[in-house]
Design a protein around this ligand. Structure first.
Ligand SMILES: [Zn+2]
Length: 399
């Protein structure tokens, strides 16, 4: 049973402080540094990283001599085999393809280095109630239930096997509930896509694999936090349930689980590529009147909507699934705040202007408060690449 450190709780009792803490923590999240679906009509999902949980001296969950690391690897190798066989245009990269220890940060590093399009981590669950069974697929975020928090704690605690975990993970204590507050505000461009893939996976488990689907969930998994692409963590079943353990231990069971994930992956690839094409064309053709959900502080609503009608540059300081009040005290005193909702994520911006120079000039100042802040571009309220925004501005100027 976990005991809450009441001293620490007292310290952060003040809600305002919590918000500031969260916003401060948001700076730790990695930024996407490369092209993503949504602004490239020719986007193709090219590389997938398959991550078998645990390995080597880290067995993961254990029931007798049966170990989670073997179940995870068995499923991952089958999944990789299916993708290589049936989707030869997709490159498969494994974080481990046999039984050895891989630190958590290294798993994400492998995916980030090769600019993977999707990261799939496979695990098996365990709990104290033998009757509980079924699958859960997680995207990064704040847990909504204690159960989800427990799963994240258990999976994150593997960092304690890494010698330099305190510095490596900036003092993150996997066993402390307070550590997880930072996941309230996930600075993750890819959450929407992660949730989409997660729901494809759970659908497949339920409809085609005959598993009990315990749903798409969110929790603060460090391995997902470190990745700069859509990423999910799949708990393929409960080892604490005798029947499910036998299934996960069997070659047939692993093949069915792997083929369910494979079908979800194939569907996700098709959807994301088609959606990317459609989105880009929509913005380019301006066939549809675009009404972005924009709000701002210190600038009138009408001026804001006018400003965001054409190409506009701004500094992004945070992103969240949650709608935060546009108050300077919520954003380290930053004024001129804008909130824009795209793909179900709220982006928090400042220093919006039609002049990129004006925005770039503000960046250093903003980065004193938000080191990871960066310049973004929007057209008609939709995010566009910087290159494209510059081209538009240049074309406009030469008219
Ligand atoms: Zn695990």
């Amino acid at each position: 049973m976990y005991i809450i450190n009441s001293l620490y709780l007292n310290k952060i009792k003040d809600l305002k402080k919590i918000v500031l803490l969260i916003l401060g923590m948001a700076a730790l999240f990695p930024e996407p540094a490369f092209s993503q679906p949504g602004n490239d009509p020719n986007y193709k999902l090219k590389t997938v990283v398959l991550d078998a949980g645990h390995g080597g001296r880290d067995p993961g969950a254990m029931v007798g001599k049966k170990m989670e690391k073997d179940i995870a690897l068995g499923i991952i190798l089958k999944l990789g085999h299916y993708i290589e066989k049936y989707m030869p245009d997709v490159k498969v990269v494994y974080t481990r393809d046999s039984d050895f220890f891989v630190p958590l940060y290294k798993r994400a590093e492998i995916a980030n280095k090769i600019k993977a399009d999707l990261f799939i981590s496979v695990h098996a669950n365990i709990c104290g109630t033998p009757s509980i069974h079924g699958t859960e697929t997680y995207a990064l975020g704040l847990h909504r239930t204690e159960d989800n928090l427990e799963v994240a704690k258990k999976e994150n605690s593997v960092i304690l096997l890494e010698k330099d975990h305190t510095t490596r993970y900036e003092g993150f204590d996997p066993n402390s509930s307070e550590s997880y507050i930072m996941f309230e505000l996930v600075q993750n461009e890819f959450l929407d896509q992660s949730l989409m893939f997660a729901s494809d996976v759970e659908d497949q488990f339920r409809t085609r694999a005959g598993r009990r689907d315990r749903g798409v969930r969110q929790a603060g998994f460090l391995v997902l936090r470190e990745t700069s692409m859509p990423s999910v963590l799949i708990e393929t079943g409960y080892m604490s349930n005798k029947k499910e353990l036998n299934y996960l231990e069997s070659d047939n069971g692993r093949a069915i689980i792997a083929s369910a994930i494979f079908r979800a992956f194939r569907k996700y690839k098709e959807t994301i590529e088609a959606r990317s094409k459609y989105h880009t064309q929509l913005v380019e053709n301006k066939k549809e009147e675009v009404k972005p959900a924009i709000d701002s502080l210190a600038v009138s609503k009408r001026d804001t909507v006018d400003l965001f009608k054409g190409v506009v540059f701004a500094i992004q300081i945070a992103a969240s699934k949650r709608e935060l009040k546009l108050e300077p005290e919520n954003f380290k005193g930053v004024k001129y705040l804008y909130r824009i909702k795209t793909d179900n994520i709220y982006k928090y911006l400042t220093s919006a202007s039609t002049s990129e120079d004006d925005v770039q000039n503000q960046l250093k100042e903003i980065q004193k408060k938000y080191p990871d802040a960066y310049v973004v571009a929007y057209e008609n309220g939709h995010p566009v690449s910087m290159q494209k925004a510059r081209r538009k501005v240049a074309a406009e100027a030469s008219k």
